[in-house]
Design a protein around this ligand. Structure first.
Ligand code: SAM
Ligand code: DTB
Ligand code: SF4
Length: 327
């Protein structure tokens, strides 16, 4: 029996850590059944939202995130690239739309954007939006003024991940604090931009860290509109290369937990799909994942090719979600 079973499916931000822990420990079949039942109350279970990523500024990042190939501190062989010009970005967005994406997410390897950079990003955002795509950006920490600037340019979503639990966070990043991340999320929310916030699994964290991350996300009020669940992509040269891989069943459990705790959020099966079997991805969709990154590249690393994603969608009877209905 689930904790407070009669309250499952309610939209609430007052989850206790004990409740989240108990849900996580449910037998797999019970957990998936709750997740799938809740999923069907809020979404068409055969629709999946499709986002494409583009790295608009690559590498040479001053931060020390231990998973990241773009940090200047690790030798990963990545070529640095300065900020792309707006026309090139808009062309890439046009191609992503033609290939079936409905949201275009622009990522930059910055600690935080400079005001001068924001002029260019604002131009990209308005150009991409004019194509009829939803816009998303992930540029590092933002001040409230910067967030309002992006809102005015037409930004629909801002991605800023908590990455892991507050306790484990210090093992992964030392150059910005957990509170810095919460402050950016508050600035984004206050500016009226939809929040995209999730984390990474498989960094050597333990179950209590995964439960605590989900608890922090689910006690944000309101919940993030999008919750990306990434599996660590191990990149040679980063401190986390060689970390013991996560049990795929545990990954699916976290997807189900996100679905149960945040019933209206789009839960995105994010980085790491290249190393997942079709069967594992099918389990993730069954557990309530209803969004993916689509296109042959994430930011700097690989993603499944579009033909294999079309084949997977075909086998599962999944259709891409139309743009206007996303959230
Ligand atoms: N520099 C900005 C920042 O960190 O806020 C934006 C881009 S950053 C690459 C966006 C997110 O990508 C990170 O917060 C992290 O969750 C995810 N990410 C980066 N490298 C990853 C990896 N190797 N595997 C999985 N997720 C990763
Ligand atoms: C998110 O949660 N995952 C995406 C997006 N937000 C920006 C990034 C994944 C990056 C994986 C490593 C890379 O390709 O550089
Ligand atoms: Fe920089 Fe973002 Fe990579 Fe951290 S995750 S090193 S902030 S690009």
């Amino acid at each position: 029996m689930a904790p407070n079973a009669e309250r499952l499916g309610e939209i609430r931000s007052d989850w206790s850590l004990a409740e989240v822990r108990k849900l996580h420990a449910l037998p797999f079949a019970d957990l998936i059944w709750h997740a799938q039942s809740i999923h069907r109350r809020h979404f068409d279970p055969n629709l999946v939202q499709v986002s494409t990523l583009l790295s608009i500024k690559t590498g040479a990042c001053p931060e020390d995130c231990a998973y990241c190939p773009q940090s200047v501190r690790y030798d990963t062989g990545l070529e640095r690239e300065s900020l792309m010009d707006a026309d090139t970005v808009i062309e890439r967005a046009r191609a992503a739309k033609a290939s079936g994406a409905t949201r275009f997410c622009m990522g930059a390897a910055w600690r935080s954007p400079k005001d001068r950079d924001l002029d260019s990003v604002a131009e990209m955002v308005s150009g991409v939006r004019e194509l009829g795509l939803e816009t998303c950006a992930t540029l590092g920490m933002l001040t409230p003024v910067q967030a309002r600037r992006l809102k005015d340019a037409g930004l629909d979503y801002y991605n800023h991940n908590l990455d892991t639990s507050e306790d484990f966070y210090g093992e992964i990043i030392t150059t910005r604090t957990y509170q810095d991340r919460l402050d950016t999320l508050a600035a984004v929310r206050d500016a009226g931009i939809n929040v995209c916030c999730g984390g990474i699994l498989g960094m050597g964290e333990d179950v209590s860290d995964r439960v605590a991350l989900l608890h922090t996300l689910a006690t944000l009020s309101p919940h993030p509109e999008s919750v990306p669940v990434n599996q660590l992509v191990q990149v040679e040269g980063t401190p986390l290369a060689g970390t013991a891989p996560l049990d795929p069943i545990e990954f699916v459990r976290i997807i189900a937990l996100a679905r149960i705790l945040m019933p209206r959020a789009h839960v995105r099966l994010s980085a790491g799909r290249s190393s997942m079997s079709d069967e594992m991805q099918a389990l993730c969709f069954l557990a309530g994942a209803n969004s993916i990154f689509y296109g042959e590249k994430l930011l700097t690393t690989g993603n499944p090719d579009t033909a294999s994603d079309h084949a997977l969608f075909g086998r599962l009877g999944i259709r891409p979600e139309p743009a206007a209905a996303s959230g």
